[in-house]
Structure formats: C-alpha cells, structure tokens
Design a binder for this molecule. Sequence first.
Ligand SMILES: *Cc1c(COP(=O)(O)O)cnc(C)c1O
Length: 376
Amino acid sequence: MSSDLVDPTKIVLPKKLRPSDGRFGSGPAKVRSEAVNRLAKKSDTFLGTSHRRDSVRAVVGKIRDGLSDFFSLPADYEILLGNGGATAFWDAAAFGLIEKKSEHAVFGEFSAKFASLVQAAPHLDDPRVENSEPGTRPAVVADGQVDTYALTHNETSTGVVMDIKRVSPGLMLVDATSAAGGLRINPEEFDVYYFSPQKAFGSEGGLWVAAFSPAGIERIASIAASSRWVPPSLDLGIALENSRLNQTYNTPSLATLFLLADTVEWMNENGGLEWTASRCDKSAAAIYGWAESHEMATPFVHEEAARSHVTATIDFDGVDATLIAAALRANGIVDTEPYRKLGRNQLRVALFPIIDPDDVVILTKAIDFIIEVLTK
Ligand SMILES: *Cc1c(COP(=O)(O)O)cnc(C)c1O
C-alpha cells in the first residue's frame, strides 16, 4: 500500500510527462483557446449586444445549422435551445414531453435524477424504472403503458454508455449531455437528443440544446394544446417558437453561444462526428489498454462494449487514487477525481474530442510515474 510519508503535492512531474493541456474534467470541460481568443477579439462588437439582433441571432443560426450537419439530421428534424442546461431540460420534459407515463433506464446519478423528478411530478403517473448497478447498464423493456422512454447515452457519473435503439411506440428521449459531440448516433433512433454545451462541445454551461424529430415536435404541440399548466420558461412550445427565430425566450449567455458555434464549426471542418468520435476512440484505446495491462489499475466497467469513449473510469488497487489525483492536480493536471457520490478508489478522465489523444497517453505515463513514487 502507498506510503503515508509521501506528500503527493510535492511530487514534481518531469516536463515530458506534462500534457499540452491539463484539463481532463468531465464538465465543465476543456475549452479550446482558439475559440476563447476569437471571442476576446470580437468582444467589443459581440458581447454586450442584444440577443434579438442580427449579430447574435446569426451565431444561433450557425449553431442550429452546424449541429444539423454534425449529427446528419434528416431535413425535418430541428435544433431547439433554451436556458438552464440539461437539468432545466428535464423539468421542461416533465412538463412538455411526457404524456402520462415514462420509463427510465437508471444506471447512475444523472439518469436517477431525471427519474426521481418525474416520480415527484403530480401530473404524471409513477414512471417505470429499470435499474442497474453502477458500472453496468439496464435493458430497456417495451411497455404498452409507457409513452416516453428516457435513456442516457453516456452516464457521466460511472463512465457507462448505452446503445440508443428505438422502442416502438413511444417517444425516445435521450440525455446526451456528455455524449453529444463524441459518440456516434443514428438520428433515426431518437426523437429528442438533448445536451448542455460545457462537456464534449467545450463551451460554457447554462444552455440546453436539443435535436428534435418530427414526432418530438408533434409531442410538444399536442401537450401545448392540452389543459396542462406549464411555466413559460420551461414551455417547449415557447422554446420552439423562439428557436425557429434563432433566439431564446429569455437572455442567454452570449459567450456560451459564441464558444459553442466556434467549436461546432471546428468539428465540422475537420470531418464532423466521424472525426470527433475517432479521436475519442483513440483516447479510449489508450487509457483502457493502459489500465488493462497495469498491475494496480482496471477499467471500472467490465463489459467492454459498455465502456465510455468520452469519460473513462479507472479503479485502483494497492494505491490511493485520491493521492494520485492530488499529485496530478499539484502539477496542473486537474479534475481527474471520480464522481463524488460513487465512492470508489477511482479516477475519472474525460476523453472528449477537444482533448488531444496524445495528451491521454502522456497522462497514463504521468500516473505511472506518480504510482512509482507513492508505492516505492
Ligand atoms: C452534466 C450532466 C447533466 C447536467 O447538466 P447541467 O448542464 O449541469 O444541467 C445531465 N446529464 C448528464 C448525463 C450529464 O453529464
């Protein structure tokens, strides 16, 4: 076991074991400096201007068109956006997408949060919940009573991915908050694919973005036409009207919009989703391959196909992962701590497309170096 005498914050990594960028957090995650610099250059004419005028609406238009290209959306799908991030979108979905009864695949903190808010919603039936242990994924069960299936493409708290496959009939609602941008997806398999831009898309928080199929749009319309009361800021009908005008119902963060537009453009110019997903594949191969051959490390997720290529979780045995994370942090390599409520001897490393796969390789070598010092 690791020596109690070594102060991890005193470990100094040699220069060649320092990645070009030290941000490996799962969200907020690494933001491209190029995008920030461009924002700084445009700050006098963009920041502090009306979000209902052309210069900001053009940026929203760029986001909506750019994401339609990025996800190869069919022509009748639409990109909607609003304030409040994925968490607010859960509330909006409970008001405006679930008719009566939903089914939730619950396999970690984020999927559990959505299920429990629906459970508490007085206007909805108790949801059907399919649970599985952290590190695994549940099966989605077709249920004739269910009108909405709530899936999570990447459970960020555990590093487990789900296959997104349509269950008919029913609206397929997918939390893609940390998946969108880095994991391949077939738009035919979802009706609503929603996310926040501070994870794989390397922007800031506070916004939700969602790709809607025609059935998703229809569901908004049918619930809006019913007698259900919906708070306006969570009303997806209002969000739809505003999104079609390339604006949000209330004031958005202009910096968030700008950084998102810039990164979507960068991703599309480099080859789109296939390119970003391939980068994530490379990073995943590097970190899982390293962990599998390491004496003290193992991928937390045993089933290989369930291992996330956007957020890797690695268990340690014989060395305290808290000390590794502290040593990394002291060397400018931040946010590798595991999801706090999981309570495992673990590191969690984001593999988002903005993160250079070579940096992931260097990170594994840096961890080797730190373990060597801690356990000698
Ligand atoms: C981060 C995250 C959320 C919450 O996103 P916010 O922008 O903080 O609301 C929801 N679901 C998943 C899967 C996430 O990773």
